[in-house]
Design a protein around this ligand. Structure first.
Ligand code: PLP
Length: 394
């Protein structure tokens, strides 16, 4: 078993299955992670097996699975490293945290995904890790926090952040982390490897909630961690085996099926997001639009310099929780729900969650899907018009 896993890890680290490095992401998304044996199925099928007959090696379903490998090869190729699949994004985050030295200080976005902040806070409360929340859009503040950390350090980044869509200077911060000898992690869920590839800037690990864009159809939960460091890859695989947060086989199959169309989905979703963001900025009910592609975004120039596009999540603010709730109640096409990154547009008032009480009460997070942009705008602008008709009560 150990020999089998080690070979798998080494193969990943060498880029096996990722295709020639000259292939573009659109080509990799379609071609990587296939079984090319003559007469074999075009797509790696779901292998439903808790165990495998003894052969050269002993194999068990918690250690490895051909369907996981296909997905891992495809995402590894896109991110430029070796991927490990987990049961969900939180499990990938937990695995990365588990591989940090005890007592590590984690510098993280004050505005990170609330589940990530909760995972960090509960470990800090047990004394396993230290935490330093910072505004990751403020490069000097991040560097100061890294400098101030005693002992082992980890820089945990999200860019764009969830839900206020702040942009961190990833190349500069990842280089600083490397100089400091800190482990660096980038949650690339919002951007996807089509928009930015943090491993190329020196990130130690990239994590994903593959539940979102990678899967892309709101029908599965899955997480991924990707690294270019073979030892770190082996540690993540060992953690998955020990703690058992393994992906379901069907989920891995569906996620790879979703990944095949990631480039076309992201391209179209970004185009529609840009259209909606510009129109939202002009609507009288909207006080502020946060979208990195808008010149009004405080880190627009940074986003232009380091991203290949601006993602497809828009956060916009209306005047107060009541008005925001009325917008959510009035939309007919956008789905009122949590989560994001699917083919369908979703909308949510984030401050409804206690963990996101720091954001403006009227902030709405819109995950733009694949519907026609004019239908989406007709729906959204009608809901905003209606919200304006009712005067706000205190
Ligand atoms: C940025 C980000 N990272 C991680 C997660 C956790 O992923 P999962 O829900 O798949 O566990 C989420 C979930 O919303 C997220 O938005």
């Amino acid at each position: 078993m150990h020999g089998d896993r080690a070979t798998h890890a080494a193969g990943h680290a060498a880029g096996a299955g990722g295709g020639p490095p000259t292939w573009r992401p659109e080509t990799l998304a379609v071609t990587a992670g296939r079984d090319e044996s003559p007469g074999g199925p075009l797509n790696v099928p779901p292998t439903f097996a808790s165990t495998f007959r003894d052969g050269d090696t002993v194999r068990y379903g918690r250690w490895d699975n051909p369907t996981w490998r296909a997905l891992e090869d495809a995402l590894g190729g896109l991110e430029g490293g070796a991927a490990v699949a987990f049961s969900c994004g939180q499990a990938a985050t937990a695995a990365v945290l588990a591989t940090l030295e005890p007592g590590t200080t984690v510098v993280h976005p004050a505005d990170a995904y609330l589940g990530t902040r909760q995972a960090l806070a509960s470990r800090a409360a047990r004394g396993w890790l230290g935490v330093r929340p910072v505004d990751v859009t403020d490069t000097a503040a991040v560097l100061d926090a890294l400098e101030a950390a005693d002992g082992p350090a980890c820089l945990w980044l999200e860019s764009p952040t969830n839900p206020t869509l702040g942009i961190a200077d990833l190349p500069a911060l990842l280089e600083a982390a490397e100089r400091r000898g800190a482990v660096s992690v980038v949650d690339n869920t919002f951007a996807t490897p089509l928009v930015q590839r943090p491993l190329a800037w020196g990130a130690s690990v990239v994590v994903h909630s593959a539940t979102k864009y990678l899967g892309g159809h709101s029908d599965l939960l899955l997480g991924m961690a990707v690294t270019a460091d073979p030892d770190r890859h082996a540690a993540l695989v060992a953690h998955r085996t020990e703690d058992g947060a393994i992906p379901g086989v069907m989920e891995a199959f569906l996620a790879l099926r979703g990944l095949r169309t990631l480039p076309v989905r992201v391209q179209r979703q970004q185009e529609t997001a840009a259209t909606l963001a510009a129109r939202l900025e002009e609507h009288p009910a909207v006080q502020r639009v946060r979208y990195p592609g808008l010149p009004s975004h405080p880190q627009h120039d940074r986003a232009r310099a380091q991203m290949q596009g601006f993602g497809a999540v828009i956060s916009f603010e209306v005047d107060g929780a009541g008005r925001a709730d009325r917008v959510v109640a009035a939309v007919r096409l956008a789905v009122p729900t949590t989560s994001l990154g699917g083919v369908e547009t979703t909308i949510e008032r984030r401050a409804r969650w206690a963990g996101d009480a720091h954001v403006a009460p009227g902030l709405l997070r819109l995950s733009v899907g694949l519907e026609h942009p004019e239908d989406l705008w007709a729906d959204l602008s009608a809901a905003l018009d209606r919200a304006l008709e009712v005067p706000d009560r205190p």
